[in-house]
Design a protein around this ligand. Structure first.
Ligand code: HEM
Length: 437
């Protein structure tokens, strides 16, 4: 005879399940395992959407997993500050940072800033990322995408789309805008990746994530100090010169903020887009009907790209801190409470996206928040879309088949994650001149 469980044991089981889901959502490994991550997010959205998390070694915070709540917090900049607690970090690494740098963060850039600095610093280069300024870049991107595909066309065997195409393709875009030489791309990309993915064993430069971040930060600082000195002596028509001469409040930027600006651009500007490209291709390979449709109806490319952005959501969280007593979805939030906004969960929220776990290239509307929203909305969103459009257009035009040839690997990080290894083989279409021979 079965015995009905007591309500207290049901409550215990529920809180154990919630705790386990939180472990997945805040862990590096959780983000490298899509199935576990999706079910953990679904459980939290359903049962504990604004869950108060207390874990040894991490200052308490709320895990926010519903789309509507994240959107509401992101767009209420006056009530929720972006700094100084911008990412989830252990108390140990926060203490080390405080001791070493005297600040709660390794860098202080736009993502860590609030008014009045945020607006003043953002305005410095926002124009360079607006569509009129990007027109020349868009024309160049079509050539650059074709060249990238040519570089791998000679490889008869398989190659790694994430490492050999997506990363070098995206890094050159930001390197070209900044004005750094192509010869430095691989080194800068490696440092930038270590900086944002310090927990990942393949991205580490040292044993501990804290040491990795510090090493990457110091190497990037040395590199950009030299760039700043060069541009101050000999200004050029590039972003590095613009930043080196910028005066956000009518005076030169303090050194810490100046170097942070460069670090923000090299970290935000390529890994994110590379993860969306590799994850987008992986999604197409896993859904052959969607791949066939995109080949047959190339006019769906723009909506396919929006779906890839929703699907991959490379930036997994940012944090906000309540600056006053307030509420979210009727739940009181006290001044000083920190909230981690899990964008990936928002983009799989069934309350907004029908069949959220299906990858559909014609999804419409698709109000995903892969680029965030509100005052900190991604400054490079048009540039990211242009890059994705150019590379997928070149790839699909020149191939008639793409196959996965090995194991997919994902970045282990609760901050920026997605596909970091995607071994594939391309079958190139016969060009007309070859076909005629
Ligand atoms: C698929 C590619 C990309 C994704 C998914 C992405 C995502 C994001 C997200 C989620 C934020 C924070 C938004 C918020 O807090 O509300 C952000 C901020 C930012 N992104 Fe991107 N990004 C991408 C590409 C780029 C590129 C190519 C650049 C060019 C340099 C860029 C530059 C920035 C900057 C400067 C910020 C800080 C804005 C601020 O705090 O005011 N991003 N991005």
């Amino acid at each position: 005879m079965s015995v009905a469980p007591s309500s207290s044991s049901q409550t215990d089981r529920r809180s154990v399940a919630i705790d386990r889901a939180v472990d997945v959502v805040i862990s590096s490994r959780g983000h490298a395992s899509p199935t576990r991550l999706e079910s953990a997010c679904a459980l939290l959205r359903q049962q504990a959407p604004l869950h108060w998390v207390e874990r040894p070694g991490v200052r308490p915070f709320r895990a926010v997993t519903r789309y509507a709540d994240i959107l509401s917090i992101e767009t209420r900049g006056g009530e929720f500050a972006a700094g100084p607690r911008t990412y989830l970090a252990s108390e140990t690494s926060e203490a080390v940072l405080q001791r070493v740098t005297g600040k709660p963060q390794l860098v202080r850039s736009l993502t860590e800033m609030d008014p009045p600095d945020h607006g003043a610093y953002r305005a410095l280069i926002q124009g360079a990322f607006a569509p009129p300024a990007l027109r020349e870049t868009e024309l160049w991107l079509a050539h650059w995408a074709a060249e990238m595909i040519d570089r791998v066309a000679s490889r008869v065997r398989s190659f790694d789309f994430a490492v050999d195409v997506a990363l070098p393709f995206t890094f050159r875009v930001i390197g070209r805008m900044l004005g750094t030489p192509e010869a430095d791309d691989a080194r800068l990309a490696r440092l930038a990746q270590a900086f944002v993915g310090a927990e990942d064993p393949q991205r580490r430069l040292a044993e501990s994530p804290g040491d990795t971040m510090r090493m990457a930060m110091l190497a990037l600082r040395d590199y950009f100090e030299a760039v700043v000195a060069d541009r101050r002596a000999k200004p050029r028509d590039d972003l590095a010169s613009l930043i080196a001469h910028a005066e956000p409040h009518g005076a030169a930027m303090p050194h810490y903020e100046l170097i942070s600006y460069f670090i923000l651009l090299v970290t935000a500007g390529h890994d994110t887009t590379a993860l969306a490209l590799a994850g987008g291709l992986e999604a197409l390979l896993a859904a052959p009907d969607q791949m066939a449709r995109l080949r047959a109806e190339p006019e769906l490319l723009d909506s396919a790209i929006e779906e890839m952005l929703r699907w991959t959501t490379p930036v997994r969280h940012f944090m906000r801190t309540a600056v006053c007593d307030t509420e979210v979805a009727g739940q009181p939030i006290r001044e000083g409470e920190a909230l981690a906004l899990f964008f990936h969960s928002a983009n799989r929220d069934e309350a907004v996206f029908a069949e959220a776990n299906a990858f559909r290239i014609d999804r419409s509307p698709n109000p995903h928040i892969a680029f965030g929203r509100g005052p900190h909305i991604c400054m490079g969103l048009q540039l990211a879309r242009m890059q994705m459009r150019a590379l997928f257009a070149a790839l699909l035009q020149r191939t008639d088949r793409i196959e996965l040839t090995g194991r997919v690997r994902r970045v282990q990080s609760p901050f920026m994650s997605g596909v970091s290894r995607l071994p594939v083989r391309l079958n190139f279409r016969a060009l007309r001149s070859e076909a005629a021979e």
